[in-house]
Design a protein around this ligand. Structure first.
Ligand code: ADP
Length: 545
């Protein structure tokens, strides 16, 4: 708690200010007091010397007349008040000749004592004393201070020539008048004045401190505290805080600069955030693209393997199937009309089934990468018209609206028309089969604006395809139709044909809404320069809405 307090700038600053100003003002006061005291002492000493000289003058006549009673009378009268403690006269030998305290008259004092020391400090006693050497301060019995002043009594011509008590002319100083003044009142006044001064100093210290504290708090500490709070907020990620600029001084300019800095910092922060979001979304998109590409590659590899397998199987089955069909026909011919109806029916079934197997083998060969019929520059329009003719009847039976739209006539491209017909029929039959009554199936064909490609699109409003089934659509023998209705070779054949024509397939489907197969076919196939699509593109985006 104490540590936390001492860490606060306000507390530390206040303490330093308090101690510093206190020390300075205390030192100034002590110095001032000492000056005052010295000044007062000088004044008191001067007054005391004057007083001693007055007493000496007052007693001069009586001394000249050698009238000790008169001298005593004057002295006793003068010493009666509060100020004069004692007045006495010493002769040259240090004997007290006259004193306001009668009891000590005639006593011999030690000339090394305080009142004699000034003149008798050296071997030969002084005859003239400078002012400051005439005074001394000492304490009397009750502990109060007393200022002693001596006034040497010089040998005047009147004294040397007097008949009564002549002193030799060689004697310059006859004795000393010692006046002792009480400093009690002076000390009391001085103490009172010291107390007043101390009170004034303490009050000044407090007032200066309060004023300095108030000004410092308003002009420095409060702005600094605001700045600190705002900095903490900014460090926490909140860039909205601005500090009001309250002055035009250094702190005001610093606050202004701080606000500008936070503006820029906020902008930079938002920019960095925006970039990081963009970067994240780009990374996500690229990762998605990569994984799609990877999936596509796997799919393409699987399709290639399946194609090879299909080619081998088809080739291997082709010869035995041809043999079965040929021998079945031979048997039928040999038996002729003589054979019983059962044998004839069985032979007919063998021929039919082997023809069916032959169809499958042919489709397998179409799916595989075996080269098909040579492609030539053919018009797709008659192919589409023929398909329309073949399909219209089936569409009418199913009560499905059927339309073929061709944007460009003629629509030439390097293709095998028979394979094109097979492709359009396979896609359209699937579309019709998946379409409910009253829905619509459409075939659209157009040339790409670049003139390099032809687009063919077969679209329906049928049941759509399950998203899990989409990747398997072009695999041979994949079917969702019940047994006997579908073999699962239609789309495999479409895939093989598109591959052979160096095109691409895109599937868009949404369950319950419909399906669209879009095929891009290059208009020209030139050696290796053709654009190839190793895999069919599938797009179930419509599924996700
Ligand atoms: P098949 O028609 O003999 O089943 P396909 O290769 O032509 O074989 O089709 C494979 C599967 O693809 C079909 O069984 C069907 O589930 C699905 N399919 C193809 N086209 C469509 C379509 N337009 N709408 C819904 N499903 C389709």
């Amino acid at each position: 708690m104490t540590r936390a307090l001492t860490r606060r700038l306000t507390v530390r600053f206040g303490l330093a200010l308090f101690l510093g100003s206190g020390l300075i003002l205390a030192a100034a006061s002590v110095w001032n007091l000492r000056l005052q005291r010295r000044h007062l002492t000088h004044l008191v000493e001067a007054r005391a010397i004057e007083t001693a000289d007055v007493f000496r003058a007052a007693t001069r006549d009586a001394m000249m007349r050698n009238d000790p009673a008169q001298v005593r009378q004057i002295i006793s009268t003068a010493a009666g008040g509060d100020t004069v403690e004692r007045i006495r006269v010493f002769d040259k030998q240090g004997r007290i000749r006259v004193s306001s305290e009668g009891g000590e008259i005639g006593r011999l004092v030690d000339i090394a004592a305080e009142q004699c020391h000034s003149c008798h400090a050296q071997g030969e006693p002084l005859t003239v004393l400078p002012g400051e050497d005439r005074t001394r301060v000492f304490r009397n019995g009750d502990g109060s201070r007393v200022l002693g002043v001596i006034a040497p009594i010089h040998n005047e011509p009147g004294c040397a020539q007097a008949a009564c008590h002549a002193h030799p002319a060689t004697q310059t100083v006859l004795g000393v008048l010692d006046v002792q003044l009480s400093l009690r009142t002076v000390d009391r006044d001085m103490a009172a004045s010291e107390n007043q001064l101390m009170l004034a100093v303490s009050g000044s210290v407090l007032a200066v401190l309060a004023l300095a504290g108030l000004l410092t708090w308003r002009m420095v500490l409060r702005p600094v505290e605001r700045l600190t709070e705002a900095t903490v907020q900014v460090a926490g990620g909140d860039f909205s805080r601005r500090i009001p600029v309250a002055s035009q001084d250094e702190l005001g300019r610093m606050t202004e600069a701080w606000n500008q800095m936070i503006d820029r910092l906020g902008e930079a922060h938002h920019e960095v955030e925006r970039w990081s979001r963009t970067l994240e979304s780009r990374i996500e998109a690229k990762t998605r693209e990569l994984s799609e590409a990877h999936e596509g590659m796997l799919q393409a590899e699987r399709m290639v393997s399946l194609g090879k397998l299909a080619a081998v199987v088809a080739h291997e089955l082709n010869n035995p199937l041809t043999g079965i069909a040929t021998y079945a026909q031979l048997l039928r011919r040999r038996a002729g009309d003589a054979s019983d109806p059962d044998t004839a029916r069985i032979l007919e079934m063998i021929s039919e089934e082997s023809r069916h197997c032959g169809d499958i083998v042919r489709n397998l060969l179409l799916f595989s990468r075996t080269p098909g019929a040579p492609t030539a520059n053919e018009d797709l329009v008659p192919v589409l018209e023929r398909c329309e003719m073949l399909l219209r009847h089936a569409a009418q039976l199913q009560e499905v609206e059927f339309e073929v739209r061709v944007s460009d006539r003629p629509l030439r491209l390097a293709c095998d028309p028979a394979q094109m017909r097979q492709l359009v029929l396979a896609l359209s039959l699937n579309a019709l089969e998946a379409s409910p009554k009253g829905s619509r199936v459409s075939i659209c064909a157009a040339r790409d604006p670049s003139g390099e490609d032809v687009w063919l699109r077969v679209e329906d409003e049928g049941r759509g395809i399950d998203a899990d089934d989409v990747p398997k659509l072009f695999e041979p023998f994949f079917t969702t139709k019940e047994e006997g209705k579908g073999v699962g070779l239609g789309l495999a054949v479409v895939y093989g044909i598109v591959q052979r024509h160096h095109g691409e397939i895109l599937v868009e489907t949404l369950e319950g809404v419909g399906t669209a197969f879009t095929i891009r076919l290059p208009v020209e196939v030139q050696g290796n320069n053709v654009r190839k699509s190793p895999k069919p593109d599938t797009d179930t985006a419509r599924e996700g809405g």
